[in-house]
Design a protein around this ligand. Structure first.
Ligand code: HEC
Length: 447
């Protein structure tokens, strides 16, 4: 027997073998405990490796905490080096009662939604369980290594405690049979984000690399100081679930920020500080900064605006602490005085080290604020390094630009340490970009 599936499937066999592509897999195959015996796609895709046992691949669910009633994306990522056709099924349940559906899925050109055990197409009746899955076009036939689906999901209108997302995925071999496919199963718990922040207040906006407030520039990483940005004592970093289309989120944990009238990417939040990035704008001069609490909810509250000044560049070095420039060797050792930073070492005259900065101006080509860099793109304006007051030759500054894998506002400058650098001492190092010199006093310790 080639197909060892349960009975309803046998009746389908008589008419067509195209179940998974035309009809799609039956519902209730996401591995929800207590539902159809916790079955996954492996109920029929039987002769591949046991579920999740092929560690060359994986199934990942990405989702952030939900805001009651506010639609969000759930991402399903299925990876395997050999698969050439892909499928999935996903459902969201109450953690308190796994058989209770939570929220609604939206039908889109790439996502099919079916209801309950019957598998009837959406719209589903209230209270029925819902299952989002691929359609033929989103089995991505011939695609290698990974497939990704974005499911639009509207959470319940009222906070419903923790919810669990269940998904099963089929990394298939495009045989048009249920043979030799590789099945994965995963779940992810998310919580309710109760947006009930009070009106926030801004006290200062500064280059994230250097505390004193001063002019800023497009794409510079900034810190916004003030209060009411999160409940006291809580902090929020960005995780993979917050990243969509390779970009940092414009909203994080009930907070958004507008600079020059645009929502900007956020990288970190705590009650009295927000880390963000100036948008990719050509504005010069005075522009407003506003923090928006509970954005998009009836509870939305905006801070009073604070003005900042934008110019073409606003360079500053990140620091390890004190005046020590954040720097690494080519093998990623920290470069600093080892007596102030454990494990670090001083720079060696003649070696090339990387210094980390922000505010060197736009990249060429321009990357937008919030984008995660896929390659080493140089800054538009030449960056000059002043080492102990002397401008280094262009040949000594081999690169100034983005850091692959990091947000577009973080910059790296590769500098050859002069043979004349003063040993066993901090050497004053500054960067000039677009005619603007970074704040004074920053140092590289030379051994
Ligand atoms: C009731 C049995 C049954 C279940 C359960 C089932 N499938 Fe299938 N599936 C089949 C059959 C039969 C085929 C081959 C015929 C076809 O392609 O329609 C197939 C084929 C597929 C294919 C194409 C495979 C290839 O190599 O061409 C994909 C993708 C797929 N299924 C996805 C899934 C997913 C995802 C699940 C779990 C959510 C699932 N199936 C659960 C019966 C099942």
């Amino acid at each position: 027997m080639r197909y060892r599936c349960y009975l309803p499937f046998l009746t389908l066999l008589a008419g067509t073998l195209m179940l998974a592509t035309t009809g799609g897999p039956p519902t209730q195959r996401t591995g929800v405990p207590g539902e159809a015996g916790g079955a996954t796609c492996a109920a029929c895709h039987t002769n591949g490796p046991a579920v999740n046992s092929d560690t060359r691949g994986r199934l990942t669910i990405e989702a952030r905490d939900y805001k009651p009633g506010v639609k969000q994306l759930i991402k399903v990522i299925l990876e395997h080096p050999e698969a050439t056709k892909w499928g999935f099924q996903l459902t969201v349940r109450s953690a308190a009662d796994m058989l209770q559906q939570a929220g609604d899925f939206t039908v889109t050109p790439t996502i099919r939604v079916r209801c309950a055990a019957s598998g009837a197409n959406a719209p589903c009746n209230p209270g029925e369980t819902q299952f989002a899955s691929h359609v033929l076009a989103s089995t991505y036939i011939g695609q290698r290594n990974r497939a990704e689906w974005e499911v639009e999901w509207t959470p319940p209108a009222n906070a419903s405690g923790s919810l669990i997302i269940y998904a099963a995925g089929n990394a298939a071999n495009n045989s048009s049979t249920n043979q030799g496919d590789i099945i994965y199963n995963a779940n992810r718990t998310i919580g309710a984000e109760n947006c009930n922040l009070a009106k926030p207040a801004i006290s200062a906006v500064a280059n994230a690399a250097t505390a004193p407030a001063g002019p800023l520039s497009a794409n510079t990483l900034v810190a916004i100081y003030g209060g009411g940005f999160q409940p006291a004592g809580s902090r929020r970093t960005v995780s993979a679930a917050d990243i969509t289309n390779n970009r940092f989120p414009l909203e994080l944990s009930c907070v958004a920020v507008e600079i020059a009238g645009r929502r900007v990417p956020l990288t970190y939040l705590q009650d009295n500080q927000i880390n963000a990035q100036v948008p990719t704008v050509s504005d010069r001069g005075t522009v407003p900064v506003v923090v928006v609490a509970n954005p998009g909810t009836p509870n939305e509250r905006k801070s009073d605006a604070t003005n900042i000044t934008l110019q073409a560049t606003s360079p500053a070095f990140f620091r390890f602490g004190g005046n020590a420039i954040a720097a690494t060797s080519t093998t990623r050792e920290y470069i600093a005085n080892p007596s102030t930073l454990a494990g670090a070492r001083g720079a060696r005259p003649g070696e090339t080290i990387a210094l980390y900065a922000t505010g060197l101006g736009l990249l060429e080509p321009v990357y937008q604020a919030g984008e995660i860099m896929d390659s080493a793109i140089r800054v538009r304006e030449a960056a000059q390094i002043e080492w102990a007051g002397t401008v280094l030759s262009a040949a000594d500054v081999s690169y100034a630009g983005a850091v692959p894998g990091a947000i577009s506002g973080l910059q790296q400058i590769n500098v050859r340490v002069p043979m004349t650098a003063t040993p066993n001492a901090g050497n004053i190092v500054r960067v000039r970009a677009g005619g603007v010199l970074s704040p004074e006093g920053t140092m590289i310790f030379v051994q």
